[in-house]
Design a protein around this ligand. Structure first.
Ligand SMILES: [Zn+2]
Length: 420
C-alpha cells in the first residue's frame, strides 16, 4: 500500500536559492516541453515521446547554462509529469494540460532518486542542494524495515536512509519538494510498504451509511445525523472575506498591499489546516462506525451551472473529503459504494419512490404527495444514496462488485497520493 508523508524542512539562505531555482526551472521545462508537444502534433502530426523530450533537455542545457546547476532527474520528471497529464486527459481523468504559472502556486519539483535522510540528526540530502534540516514529526518507515536494513544503513552510529539502497525492495517512491504561498518548505515522501490492502469486510444494510453533501451543514448521514462545519472554520471564513477586502482597498504594488497579501495568504493556510483536521476527524469517524459508505459521484462541471451549490461544494472542499474517505476505507478494509450523479437522490421519496420533479434547492422540507411522509430534504437524499447504492449491488449480484468499486479508490490514490 502506498502512503504519503509530509514534513517541513528548514533550508538556509543558499539552499532556498537553489530550491527556488529548481521550482522555476522545472516549470520552465514543463512549459517548454508542453509547447513542443503541442506544436509537433498540430503542425506535423508527430507524437513527441519522453525520450525525445529528454534528449532535447541535453541541447537546452547547452543553450541555457544555468540548467546545468540543477538536478537532471527533476527536470526529466517535469517531462514525465507533462506526458502523464496527457495520458490522464485521454483516459478521461483530467483536464487538458496547460502551462504552469507562478500565479497558480506552482512551486514544486520531484526528486525520483539519490536522496538520503539522516534519521539520527534529522537532515535530508537532496542532490545538487545538500543537507537540509527536516522535522520528522512522525515515523514513516516500518520498524521491521529498519531492523532488516532494507533502505537504511548505519554510518558512525547514525541511522541513514539512502534511496540508492532502494533498488531491491522499491519501498521509496518519488520525493516531492514544495513551497507554500506563505513561504514554508515541505517534502512529501511516498512509501510503498508492499503490504496488500486489507480485503474489504462484509457489510449489511444496518452497517451501511449514505452521505449527502450539505449546503448549510457539511454533510448529512442516512442515519439522520447532521455534521456541521465547525464554528472555528466559520469564523475563519468570515475573517477571510475581511482580509480579501483589505487587500483590494490597498494601492496596487504598494508596501501595504504586499503586507495585506501575505496576511491573506497566511490566513488561507490556517483555513486549509483547520479544514484538513476537521475532514480527517469526520472521515475517520464515519469509516470506523460503518462497514460500507455510500457516496454520490460529484459532477462538478455540471454543478457549476448551479452557482449556489458549486460555492457550497468548494467551501467545504468536498472532493478532498471524498479522497480522504476513500483512502481511509482502503487502509481499514471498508467498502465505498458510489452512485452516479444523475440518480436524482434528493427528488425521490425514500419510502414510496414518488419522484418530486419540481423540488427546488430552496425547499428544505417537503411532504410526499403520494405516501404523505414528511421529509427533511438532505436526510431523504442520504437515505436514497444508501438505498440506490445497495440496490445497484443487488441487481448486479454479489459483494464482488463492492470490492470492485473500491478499485475506484485505488485509481484515485494512484493519481494523487494521500498525504495524511
Ligand atoms: Zn412517498
Amino acid at each position: 500500500m502506498k502512503r504519503g508523508y509530509r514534513y517541513r524542512i528548514y533550508p538556509n539562505k543558499e539552499q532556498i536559492n537553489l530550491l527556488e531555482q529548481h521550482f522555476g526551472s522545472v516549470r520552465f521545462i514543463y512549459n517548454r516541453s508542453l509547447f513542443i508537444k503541442n506544436t509537433m502534433y498540430s503542425k506535423f502530426k508527430i507524437n513527441v515521446t519522453e525520450v525525445d523530450l529528454n534528449n532535447n533537455l541535453t541541447s537546452l542545457k547547452e543553450q541555457y547554462l544555468w540548467l546545468k546547476d540543477l538536478n537532471s532527474q527533476s527536470l526529466q520528471q517535469a517531462n514525465r509529469n507533462m506526458l502523464t497529464g496527457f495520458k490522464n486527459f485521454f483516459e478521461g481523468n483530467g483536464d487538458y494540460p496547460t502551462r504552469k504559472s507562478k500565479r497558480d502556486n506552482n512551486f514544486s519539483f520531484q526528486v525520483p532518486q539519490n536522496y538520503q535522510i539522516n534519521l539520527t540528526t534529522s537532515k535530508i540530502y537532496l542532490p545538487k542542494i545538500g543537507w537540509i534540516k527536516i522535522v520528522l514529526h512522525r515515523d514513516f518507515l516500518d520498524k521491521e524495515f529498519i531492523k532488516n536494513e532494507l533502505v537504511t544503513k548505519q554510518v558512525n552510529g547514525e541511522l541513514i536512509l539512502d534511496q540508492k539502497l532502494n533498488k531491491e525492495f522499491d519501498i521509496l517512491k518519488t520525493l516531492t519538494v514544495s513551497r507554500t504561498s506563505t513561504g514554508r518548505y515541505h517534502v512529501s515522501i511516498l512509501i510503498d510498504d508492499h503490504i496488500p490492502e486489507p480485503i474489504p469486510v462484509e457489510f449489511h444494510e444496518t452497517t451501511t451509511i449514505g452521505i449527502d453533501i450539505g449546503i448549510k451543514s457539511f454533510a448529512i448521514l442516512s442515519s439522520g445525523e447532521v455534521i456541521d462545519n465547525p464554528k472555528f472554520l466559520k469564523k475563519s471564513l468570515k475573517k477571510l472575506k475581511k482580509l480579501q477586502r483589505a487587500v483590494s482597498r490597498k494601492k496596487i504594488s504598494s508596501k501595504n498591499r504586499k503586507k495585506a497579501v501575505l496576511k491573506l495568504a497566511k490566513h488561507h493556510q490556517l483555513i486549509a489546516n483547520q479544514r484538513n483536521d476537521f475532514q480527517h476527524k469526520v472521515s475517520i469517524k464515519i469509516i470506523s462506525e460503518s462497514q460500507a459508505v455510500c457516496l454520490e459521484d460529484l459532477n462538478v462541471s455540471g454543478m457549476i451551472k448551479n452557482h449556489k451549490l458549486a460555492q457550497a461544494i468548494s467551501d467545504v472542499g468536498w472532493s478532498e473529503f471524498i479522497r480522504k474517505l476513500i483512502y481511509k476505507a482502503e487502509w481499514y478494509g471498508k467498502n465505498i459504494l458510489r452512485i452516479g450523479r444523475f440518480d436524482a437522490s434528493s427528488k425521490l421519496c425514500n419510502v414510496c419512490g414518488y419522484r418530486k420533479d419540481d423540488l427546488t434547492l430552496k425547499t428544505r422540507k417537503w411532504e410526499c404527495p403520494s405516501c404523505k411522509t414528511f421529509h427533511d430534504r438532505d436526510v431523504n437524499a442520504a437515505i436514497n444514496i444508501k438505498n440506490i447504492a445497495l440496490n445497484n449491488l443487488n441487481t448486479v449480484g454479489t459483494t464482488e462488485r463492492a470490492c470492485g468499486l473500491t478499485g475506484i479508490g485505488q485509481r484515485y490514490e494512484a493519481r494523487s497520493h494521500s498525504i495524511y
